[in-house]
Ligand binder design. Structure first.
Ligand SMILES: NC(=O)C1=CN([C@@H]2O[C@H](COP(=O)(O)OP(=O)(O)OC[C@H]3O[C@@H](n4cnc5c(N)ncnc54)[C@H](O)[C@@H]3O)[C@@H](O)[C@H]2O)[C@H](O)CC1
Ligand SMILES: [K+]
Length: 518
C-alpha cells in the first residue's frame, strides 16, 4: 500500500467504529509477538529490549509493545526522542502515559528521555558488541516522515546502526521515505522490518539490504475500511501553500448549457469554487450568458451565437482549454447532433484531464477516450449502460442494489462491472445510492448522500467537485472517489438543515466546510 492509502484507511476505520487506539494496541501487540519469536530464534538467554520512540504513531506502537514485552518477561528500556509533552499523536501519548502511570514501577521497565543523542554513547547499547545483550526496536518514524531528519534523530540512527544489537524497525525503517523507499539522509538498517496490515510501498521498493526480513502483521483492519471512501481520504488533498497566488489552486473550464438547461454549468461552477479553485471559465451558448453570470461574479463566461453549442465554438474552447488545468464537458449541453460532434472533437484535441458528464456521455464515442488515464466519466446507471452498450450483454444484475445481495453476489456484481469498466483506462464514477468508483482493478464505494439528492443538478455539482480536485493535482481515481464523498457529505449537511427540500445549488453552501475541516 502507498502510505497515503494507509493513512486514509486508518482514519476511515473510525467511520466503522474501529478506533485508531485499538489499531495501535493491535500493532503493538503483534510487534511484541514477533519480537518474542525473533528473540527465541536468535538468543539463548532472555535479552533486554531497547525501544526508541518518536513523536507520532510509530512511537505509539513502541509504547504499546513495551507493555506486552514486559509481560513476556523481558527487561525493557525506552529511549524517548520526544518527551511526553512533545508527543503529537494522541494515541501514542495515551500509551506513553500508561507506562508513566505504572509508578512506582514493579515491572522491569526504565524510561529515559534523550535530551541530547550523545547521551546514548554512555549506554550499554552503544557499547554492546554482540547480539547477546540487546534487541533494539526502532519506533522513531513511520509513514509520517516528512522532509529532512532533525539532528538528534540522525545521531540516534547512527548510534543504533553502529551497535551490534539485533535491530527491528517498526512499520518502516526510520529515515526511509515510506512511499519510494529512498533514503534522503540516513536510515536505520534493520535486521527485520515489522509492518502492519499491508507492506508499505517504500519498504517493498527499498530491497532486503535496507529493510532486512519483512514481517507483515494483521491488526484487524477490515477490507471495507480500504474500500469505503471516508474522511481519511481528505488527507489526499494538497495542503494549500501560503504563498500561492491566483491560479495556483486550480483553473477550470466548464463547457455546457443550452437554451433550456442553464443551471447545470452554473451549479458545477459554484461547487468547484466552493472546494477552492481559483478561476472558473464557463463556455456556453450566447442565450445563457446573462443568466450564468447572475449565478456568480466569479465566473468568466465565454459564448458564441446560438441556442446550443456548435462546431463554431471549437477554436474558442480550445484556446481557453490551453490556459486551464482541467475541463468538464457536458452539463446541460443538450443532445443536439452538432453539440455531440463538438464534444468528440474536443475530447480528441484537449490533452488536459477531462471530466465527461451528463450529455457529453451520451455523445462521446468510447473509443476516443478508452486509452486515456486522465479522464473521469460520471454516469448514473442508465448513462453507464448506454455508454458501454456495445460491451454489455446482460444488464439484469447491474440493476440490483448492493443492499439485498449476499457477499458472493456482491463480488459477482462488482466483477461484472469491472469486466465492463476495464475497457477504459480512466476512472468510472457510477453514481447511485452507493457511488461505485472503478479504476483498472481498483474499487472504492462511497456511502455518503441521501435520497434528497435525487433532485436535479446534484450530478452537476459532483462533476464540478471532481473537476476542481483534478485541477488541484489529484489523479482521476482519488479525485473521483473524493468528489463523491465530499458532494454526498454536503448533501447530508443540506438535508440536516433543509430536509429533503434542498436544491443542488445549495450544496455549494456546505462543500467548503467539509474541505476546511481537514
Ligand atoms: N494501520 C497502520 O499501519 C497503523 C499504523 N500506526 C503507526 O502509526 C505510524 C504513523 O504515525 P504518524 O503519527 O502519522 O507518523 P510517524 O509516527 O511516522 O512520525 C511522525 C512524527 O514524526 C515527526 N517527524 C516527521 N518527519 C520528521 C523528520 N524528518 N525529522 C524528525 N521528526 C519528524 C512528526 O512531527 C510526527 O510527530 C505508522 O507508521 C505506524 O507505525 C498506528 O499505530 C496504527 C495502525
Ligand atoms: K520506524
Amino acid at each position: 500500500m502507498k502510505p497515503i492509502d494507509m493513512i486514509a484507511t486508518d482514519i476511515n476505520c473510525e467511520d466503522l467504529g474501529l478506533s485508531r487506539l485499538c489499531l495501535m494496541e493491535n500493532a503493538g501487540k503483534s510487534l511484541s509477538d514477533e519480537v518474542a519469536k525473533l528473540s527465541t530464534f536468535t538468543f539463548s538467554k532472555p535479552v533486554k529490549i531497547a525501544i526508541f520512540t518518536g513523536s507520532g504513531g510509530n512511537g505509539g506502537d513502541g509504547f504499546v509493545a513495551a507493555r506486552h514485552l514486559l509481560n513476556r518477561g523481558f527487561e525493557v528500556d525506552i529511549f524517548m526522542l520526544a518527551d511526553f509533552n512533545n508527543i503529537k499523536s494522541s494515541d501514542a501519548k495515551t500509551n506513553a502515559l500508561i507506562l508513566k502511570n505504572m509508578s512506582p514501577c514493579f515491572s522491569r521497565l526504565a524510561i529515559h528521555y534523550i535530551e541530547d543523542a550523545n547521551d546514548l554513547n554512555y549506554t550499554e547499547i552503544a557499547k554492546s558488541n554482540s547480539f547477546s545483550e540487546y534487541i533494539i526496536i526502532d519506533a522513531i518514524l513511520g509513514t509520517g516522515i516528512k522532509g529532512k531528519l532533525r539532528n538528534k534523530i540522525k545521531k540516534t540512527i547512527e548510534i543504533i546502526n553502529n551497535s551490534n544489537a539485533l535491530k527491528i524497525a517498526v512499520d518502516i525503517p526510520s529515515g526511509m521515505d515510506s512511499e519510494t523507499g529512498e533514503i534522503h539522509d540516513m536510515a536505520i538498517k534493520p535486521n527485520y522490518t515489522i509492518t502492519f496490515h499491508k507492506i508499505k510501498s517504500g519498504v517493498k521498493k527499498a530491497g532486503e539490504d535496507f529493510v532486512g526480513g519483512i514481517i507483515t502483521s494483521d491488526i484487524g483492519i477490515p477490507i471495507e475500511a480500504e474500500i469505503f471512501v471516508g474522511k481519511g481520504d481528505l488527507q489526499r488533498l494538497k495542503k494549500r501553500d501560503e504563498n500561492s497566488h491566483k491560479g495556483n489552486n486550480g483553473k477550470i473550464l466548464i463547457v455546457g448549457g443550452n437554451g433550456d438547461y442553464v443551471g447545470a454549468p452554473s451549479i458545477a461552477g459554484l461547487s468547484a469554487l466552493s472546494v477552492g479553485v481559483d478561476l472558473v471559465y464557463i463556455y456556453t451558448s450566447r442565450v445563457n450568458v446573462s443568466v450564468i453570470k447572475s449565478y456568480s461574479p466569479d465566473f468568466i463566461v465565454k459564448s458564441h451565437e446560438g441556442e446550443y453549442l456548435t462546431l463554431s465554438a471549437l477554436d474558442d474552447i480550445l484556446a481557453i482549454a490551453d490556459n486551464v488545468d482541467a475541463v468538464l464537458l457536458g452539463p446541460g449541453a443538450g443532445l443536439m447532433n452538432e453539440t455531440g460532434k463538438l464534444f468528440n472533437i474536443l475530447v480528441s484535441k484537449i490533452k488536459k484531464p477531462i471530466v465527461l458528464d451528463a450529455d457529453a456521455l451520451k455523445s462521446v464515442d468510447l473509443n476516443l477516450i478508452k486509452n486515456r488515464e486522465d479522464i473521469i466519466i460520471t454516469p448514473h446507471l442508465n448513462e453507464f449502460k448506454s455508454f458501454f452498450s456495445n460491451i454489455i450483454e446482460d444488464t439484469s444484475i447491474l440493476d440490483k442494489n448492493l443492499d439485498n445481495l449476499s457477499y458472493m453476489e456482491i463480488h459477482d456484481k462488482i466483477a461484472i462491472f469491472q469486466e465492463i469498466t476495464k475497457n477504459i483506462k480512466g476512472t468510472v464514477v457510477l453514481k447511485g445510492k452507493y457511488d461505485l468508483i472503478f479504476n483498472k482493478n481498483n474499487l472504492r464505494i462511497n456511502k455518503t448522500g441521501n435520497p434528497g439528492m435525487t433532485v436535479g443538478g446534484t450530478g452537476d455539482s459532483l462533476g464540478g467537485v471532481a473537476l476542481a480536485l483534478l485541477s488541484q493535482g489529484l489523479n482521476t481515481y482519488d479525485a473521483g472517489a473524493l468528489a463523491t464523498y465530499i458532494n454526498g457529505k454536503a448533501g447530508d449537511f443540506a438535508q440536516d438543515k433543509y430536509g429533503n427540500g434542498f436544491r443542488a445549488s445549495t450544496l455549494s453552501e456546505f462543500l467548503g466546510k467539509i474541505i476546511v475541516d481537514i
